[in-house]
Write a protein that binds this ligand. Structure first.
Ligand code: FE2
Length: 157
């Protein structure tokens, strides 16, 4: 019974991670494009497009994190890796932090679009660092999920 439930969330979470990776790669590409300075032609379009993508990412993350927390994944991971309980709890804490950072970033991008006083370079660095943390977070999850899969196959320790 538990194996079926594990299979269900694992398939969805792994597919979600793939889609999130694609979204993050697209945001990184836009981040690397020449970005017009505040007040220059194109600055508004760049900031609008970036904030639109961040709103989409935030929405996806909200649904993804809720599923991970309520769809059985965290329970399964803690049950099968009691020694990793601390790690799993940290992952859950990171969800709230990343959603908060995404919302802050959306606000900052919209302010940039409105030509408010912001450091463009600082904003870009902060967004890049946020994406690094998100990718690192999902890598940790993937690694725990892989451990669980090995255990299911009787290959774990
Ligand atoms: Fe995840």
């Amino acid at each position: 019974m538990q194996a079926i439930s594990t299979e269900t969330w694992r398939e969805k979470v792994v597919e979600d991670h793939r889609q999130l990776n694609e979204a993050v790669a697209g945001i990184r590409r836009l981040l690397e494009e020449p970005r017009p300075e505040i007040g220059q032609p194109g600055a508004h379009a760049w900031a609008s497009e970036m904030s639109r993508r961040m709103v989409e990412l935030h929405d996806h993350l909200c649904r993804h994190f809720r599923y991970e927390e309520q769809g059985g994944m965290m329970e399964d991971l803690m049950e099968s890796h009691p020694r990793a309980t601390g790690k799993v709890e940290t992952l859950v804490d990171e969800h709230a932090t990343m959603l908060e950072e995404s919302r802050w970033m959306i606000g900052a991008l919209l302010s940039y679009s409105e030509e408010a006083e912001r450091s463009g370079a600082g904003l870009r660095q902060r967004l890049s660092a946020m994406l690094d943390r998100l990718e690192e977070h999902e890598r940790h999850e993937n690694s725990l999920i892989m451990d669980l899969a090995f255990d299911d196959l009787g290959l774990g320790d």
